[in-house]
Write a protein that binds this ligand. Structure first.
Ligand code: NIG
Ligand code: FE
Length: 413
């Protein structure tokens, strides 16, 4: 099947940078007005201005007129916890009544609550719950996704979660990356014997995860009450020996040292960054490690937003992701994430689009196949409803701005 999309009102995100975008480059989202796009075998093979076209329309199996539509690369959601057994509305109500996320966690709720429920859920049931969520996320414009384990917290349950992610990878039309997050919380029985859980992580879980090739990255929740920087470093270094590159939950609830430990260990990304001091910001400036910001989590927990402007101005490469999970961010709607980035963190729309597309792709090492309009990349695209400018997308928060989503050159909805 070869497809021509013609007279596209605006084809945006036309670029192919070799490194994540930073500083003023982040504020340019290159676009072509009255454009065409050619797709063959699910990949973008050509694009340009209509008045410079050389193709013959009759050569195509399908011709789509997009005169009313903007087309942009589908979102690259580089931080999710898509696999879980049950939602946690009861904790949501506790939070409305005044409990904090940390208080709920310290009483055995939060991640440990999700772990108990996941341990009792079959692999097939977990798969079908996650598969439904994935399809809905794609319909909302997500064209690539990272998914974490971390609600297992025993060897058997962590492997169960990662096998579910592996099945999602095999069945999904969009690319998926897997992160092993066995270091998400200490199970209650190891609260007083942390070194034994770290031994299980490093001597049992990581070798088995690697032997079954179940993960691309190693994630650790580096935070007070969870894993301290020294424990985080020990785990990361063992994982690195098995080829798992770090991706850290850093500086979410406190200035935890997670950013420094991540950068020092060549993390692909350090994620969250709600609590940043000058040293943590300076550490990320010019670092190869990407800072991934999750504004849905700040919204839902009434927590501070990450200092996005300072990070951009100091030269950090930033990405935007949903952090979709049942406790701190129960939404995979990347349209809302982009809008929050603009309204709450003062990113310009162009900066937010780049952070949620090409820089998100870099944060998953998927920049060669998704995240922008470039020859050879998968045709994973968003066709907007009729709008007058791209800034309308973050402006009209809460509205679904998407007309149709294309995955590998086929309409998904
Ligand atoms: O990214 N902070 C750690 N992990 C998740 C929340 C997990 C949960 O509450 O279930 C996060 O916010
Ligand atoms: Fe997370």
């Amino acid at each position: 099947m070869n497809t021509l999309i013609k007279h596209i009102r605006c084809l945006a995100g036309v670029q192919d940078p070799k490194t994540p975008l930073r500083k003023e480059d982040l504020s340019v989202f290159p676009s072509i007005q009255d454009a065409y796009l050619i797709i063959q075998g699910g990949e973008i093979t050509a694009f340009g201005k209509m008045n410079e076209r050389t193709f013959i329309e009759d050569d195509f199996d399908r011709v789509i007129d997009a005169a009313d539509h903007f087309i942009l690369p589908a979102w690259c959601d580089s931080h999710t916890h898509l696999v879980f057994a049950a939602t946690r509305e009861e904790e949501f109500v506790d939070k409305i009544k005044g409990m904090t996320y940390a208080e709920i966690a310290s009483k055995g709720g939060g991640i440990l609550n999700s772990a108990r429920k996941l341990q009792a859920c079959s692999e097939d049931e977990l798969f079908s719950l996650a598969w439904e969520r994935l399809q809905e996320a794609i319909r909302l414009g997500t064209g690539a996704m990272e998914i974490k384990s971390g609600y297992g917290l025993t060897t058997a349950s962590e492997l169960k979660m990662l096998r579910v992610i592996k099945r999602l990878k095999e069945k999904s039309p969009i690319p998926i990356k897997a992160s092993f997050l066995g270091a998400h919380a200490f199970p209650i029985e190891y609260k007083e014997n942390r070194s034994e859980y770290i031994r299980i992580l490093t001597e049992e879980m990581i070798p088995q995860v690697a032997a079954e090739n179940l993960a691309d990255y190693m994630d650790v929740f580096c935070e007070q009450g969870f894993f301290d920087p020294q424990e985080t470093e020990t785990i990361l270094q063992v994982a690195a020996g098995y080829g798992l590159r770090p991706k850290i939950h850093a500086n979410q609830l406190s200035v935890s040292g997670g950013v420094e430990v991540g950068v020092r260990n060549q993390a692909r990304s350090v994620d969250h960054l709600e609590c940043m001091d000058d040293a943590a910001i300076a550490c990320l400036a010019d670092a190869e490690t990407i800072g991934t910001l999750l504004p849905g989590c700040s919204l839902f927990l009434r927590a501070p937003y990450p200092p996005a402007r300072k990070l951009v101005e100091q030269g950090a490469a930033i990405a935007l992701a949903s952090d979709f999970n049942p406790g701190s961010s129960p939404s995979y709607n990347m349209n809302l994430v982009v809008s929050l980035a603009c309204t709450q963190m003062r990113l310009l729309p162009e900066e937010a689009f780049n952070a949620a597309t090409i820089n998100g792709a870099f944060a998953m090492d998927l920049n060669r196949s998704v995240g922008s309009i470039a020859v050879g990349k998968s045709a994973n695209l968003i066709l907007t409803k009729p709008i007058n400018s791209l800034a309308y997308l973050p402006y009209s928060f809460g509205e679904n701005p998407i007309h149709r989503v294309m995955v590998n050159g086929e309409f998904y909805n």
